[in-house]
Design a protein around this ligand. Structure first.
Ligand code: FEO
Length: 400
């Protein structure tokens, strides 16, 4: 059965949710599933905005056929060439042989790489500022290079004031009937997944997102149609403000996120003691994670959210405990910036983790590393309570 939803009188959401996939991109756990959004415009010409992942092909074509109301397809606009959105291009061409495919030069280069053809017999190559008339609606093409792939672009409909934003403003999470952000409790149920999606997939490219946001500021936008997650048609400033923060690496919360690695529980015990000492000092927003038991994508999301970070790690093979080292590498890869950091270490005979963690943090931009830290030899005992208090004081003092 088809499952489609009107976005405006002329534009229909025809996306499909996948609740079977365990790992998005074979990396990211998606316990709440994911949606692959696609949209149809019915005007004098019919236009499809992006396709979907191959795994949901059957439902997608049922939806597309219903949305087209018996008409054929004139145009497919390819805003993004990542396979979770472009996988169905070949099938579209086979089903609608007269379809023209719209993209930029890089789009068609990637098409050749993925499919062995650039569909040159039907390609319409567009660049920044080009338009396509569908009849009543004129579609404007805005390049969005490196958000988060080089060929990425967005399309703006100047009649319904709709921005088809590709991965921008997307989120993990299947859509459960309510496809609009104003139909769900976004802050409660979606924000964490939207942040996790942005920070892990687009996070490295904050400068490119800033460029796109500045271009978008020049458009009158009433609706944002992303390729994943809910559609925005109310309170757009909410998500735009989040994107402003995330893309400039500003913290959302004055909060302390403590991330520990612990082989036998002793580093965990010290980390919990620090959390308690912070709470006694009035810090309300504290989160504690075991890096061995929290997915790195959740930690990255929390790192973007919070102003203050604490890393507590055992020394392992004279280096940093591997899961912590992996987290630090991911932070650097995703261009984490502008954090205040404290470091705790453990080592039974030669603790060296703190020095090495600090070196890795120092490689990131605009990071403040607190002078006060804590070294544990095997396990922390009451004789180190004063050192723990000093660390808690240093963190609290840096929060004002
Ligand atoms: Fe949802 Fe960059 O693909």
């Amino acid at each position: 059965m088809y499952n489609i939803r009107k976005v405006t009188d002329d534009i229909t959401w025809i996306g499909v949710s996948d609740r079977r996939l365990a790992l998005f991109e074979n990396i990211f756990p998606i316990k709440r599933g994911v949606s692959y959004n696609s949209y149809v415009l019915l005007d004098e010409q019919t236009v499809l905005f992006d396709t979907v992942d191959a795994s949901v092909a059957g439902q997608f074509f049922e939806n597309l056929e219903a949305a087209l109301e018996g008409r054929s397809l004139d145009y497919l606009i390819v805003n993004h060439m990542e396979p979770d959105h472009c996988a169905m291009i070949g099938d579209i061409v086979r089903r609608y042989p007269a379809v023209k495919i719209v993209g930029n030069t890089k789009t068609f280069g990637m098409m050749n790489q993925f499919f062995g053809t650039d569909f040159s017999e039907r390609s319409v190559v567009v660049k920044e500022g080009d338009t396509l008339s569908a009849g009543k609606h004129t579609l404007h093409f805005v390049m969005a290079p490196m958000v988060h792939w080089p060929e990425a672009m967005v399309t703006y409909d100047d009649v319904d004031k709709v921005l088809f934003s590709a991965d921008g403003f997307g989120s993990f999470g299947a859509l459960n009937g309510n496809v609009f952000a104003d139909e769900v409790d976004f802050d409660r149920d979606w924000l964490d997944d939207a942040r996790r999606y942005y920070t892990n997939i687009v996070g490295k490219y904050g400068a490119s997102v800033q460029t796109l946001l500045k271009k978008a500021a020049g458009l009158e936008i009433a609706v944002i149609c992303p390729l994943h997650g809910p559609i925005w048609r109310e309170n757009l400033s909410y998500i735009l403000e989040k994107y402003q923060k995330w893309s400039t690496y500003e913290a959302e919360d004055q909060a302390v996120v403590i991330m520990y690695a612990s082989m036998y529980g002793n580093t965990a015990s010290a980390a919990d003691a620090l959390a308690g000492a912070l709470a006694v000092r009035g810090v309300k927003k504290i989160a504690v994670y075991d890096v061995s038991n929290a997915h790195v994508s959740e930690l990255i999301s929390e790192i973007f959210r919070a102003s203050h970070l604490v890393f507590a790690a055992p020394t392992y093979n004279a280096g940093i405990y591997p899961v912590m080292e992996n987290l630090l590498s991911d932070m650097k890869a995703l261009a984490v910036q502008k954090k205040t950091v404290a470091v705790m270490e453990n080592g039974t005979w030669a603790p060296t983790a703190a020095k090495q963690v600090k070196e890795k943090i120092s490689e990131m931009k605009d990071m403040t590393i607190l002078d006060t830290g804590l070294t544990i030899k095997s396990a922390m005992h009451a004789d180190q309570k004063a050192e723990l208090d000093a660390l808690a004081d240093a963190i609290v003092n840096s929060m004002v």
